[in-house]
Write a protein that binds this ligand. Structure first.
Ligand SMILES: *Cc1c(COP(=O)(O)O)cnc(C)c1O
Length: 385
């Protein structure tokens, strides 16, 4: 017998700095008497984030979804865009809001990112861009996608909502592709309560994105394009600035949690972990996905998910269902059979991982996983005897 957790363990929990740290910043806001519209803290935060990502080409937003919508609009993306069905639904919604048709193609089985071979096969005369996702923070196949985009004259756009802090060969993930979107939502590993950011290669885009997030205002009396309202405010920037000081710590902590899960779960029949991460990758340990094989594990992913709940462990089935299976995208025809994506969506489960999850609790979660599996196995052999 293992007792359930006394308090629920959720898949994530926002990082909160010390209250005093935030209050000191609030005093500054009260002194400034400035809450939004490119205030002093947003300006300072923009420089800090720019330093962190080692690029001047950044633009801050009130959330990641609007950042991506505006990114697509500002770049003039239209027609068809090749994308993944294995992501958070906002990736596709951003296309829809720009009247772009999403063309879903399959993912690769190791890290679940867009499969470059399938991308190439799906290009038509209407294709204008590839919208790939660094899903769970793991980089896409950067070179292969860049090569396809170059050869076919397509824009390469990354939904990097999960990829804060990731580096490849020492280079920030934000330096790849034409445009990347990062989400600073409270549920992500790094956050500004809510918030978002675009990074891009072409410096002149900054002006366009700034217009689009602020109604297209050039000055008091001139509006140069039909923009919307997607500005970051001072409270968000304050939180973002403070959490940025802790982010290396946050990532270190998540590395430890991930290593603990890997140690305990590697080799457990019916559980598949992602393959080892490449040496040249500085991963951010944003999520802890596992696959449950029903036959080997002795129960389906959904059954296991329900069993975990009985122990007060709330895992999540990210990303299930696939986007193309949601009612609002069902009418969209899909050419690719999506073999890998369909299989993964049935098996995937993401385990709790967040800054102040105790290693003791990670051990206990693993004990419970083993216990559920063993008990199931005993029941089965008993029934067979
Ligand atoms: C969270 C998320 C978004 C949306 O970001 P918000 O800041 O919540 O608007 C988009 N894409 C992916 C893959 C995400 O996980």
């Amino acid at each position: 017998m293992i007792e359930p957790f006394e308090k629920p363990i959720y898949v994530t929990k926002p990082f909160l700095p010390k209250l005093e740290e935030f209050c000191a910043g609030l005093e500054e806001i009260w002194e400034n008497q400035w809450l939004t519209n490119n205030g002093p803290i947003v300006k300072r935060f923009s420089q800090e984030i720019s330093n962190y990502f080692e690029t001047e080409n950044v633009c801050l937003f009130t959330n990641g979804t609007l950042a991506l919508q505006i990114g697509l609009q500002g770049m003039g993306i239209a027609g068809e865009v090749i994308t993944t069905p294995f992501t958070f639904v906002a990736t596709t919604h951003a296309l829809f809001w720009n009247k772009i048709r999403p063309v879903f193609v399959d993912i690769e089985p190791d890290y679940y990112t867009l499969d470059p071979e399938k991308v190439e096969a799906a290009i038509t005369p209407w294709t204008t861009a590839i919208l790939a996702v660094h899903v769970f923070g793991h980089p896409c196949q950067l070179e292969a996608l860049a090569d396809i985009a170059n050869r076919h004259n397509l824009k390469l756009i990354y939904d990097a909502a999960h990829a804060f802090g990731v580096r490849v060969n020492g280079e920030s993930i934000s330096h790849f592709g034409d445009l990347s979107m990062f989400s600073f939502h409270a549920t992500k590993l790094y956050h500004s309560i809510e918030g978002g950011m675009l990074t891009f290669q072409e410096p002149s885009m900054k002006k366009i994105f700034n217009y689009l997030k602020n109604f297209g205002f050039e000055n008091e009396i001139e509006v140069v394009m039909p923009g919307t309202n997607a500005k970051m405010n001072e409270m968000q920037a304050l939180m973002g600035s403070i959490v940025l000081k802790h982010v290396d710590n946050i990532i270190d902590r998540r590395r430890l949690i991930t290593e603990t899960y890997f140690e305990r779960l590697d080799g457990l029949a019916g559980i598949r972990l992602r393959p080892a991460f490449a040496k040249e990758l500085n991963y951010n340990f944003a999520y802890m996905p596992i696959e449950i094989d029903e036959n080997e594990f002795g129960m389906s992913r959904d059954h296991f998910y329900d069993e975990l709940k009985k122990y007060n462990i709330f895992s999540r089935r990210y990303f299930y269902p696939l986007i193309c299976d949601y009612a609002c995208y069902k009418k969209n025809t899909v050419g690719d059979p999506l073999k890998v994506a369909k299989r993964v969506a049935e098996k995937i489960l993401t385990l709790p991982i967040y800054y102040d999850l105790d290693l003791e609790d990670v051990y206990k979660i693993c004990d419970i996983i083993e216990y559920i599996k063993q008990r199931r196995y005993k029941k089965k052999t008993f029934a067979a005897a």
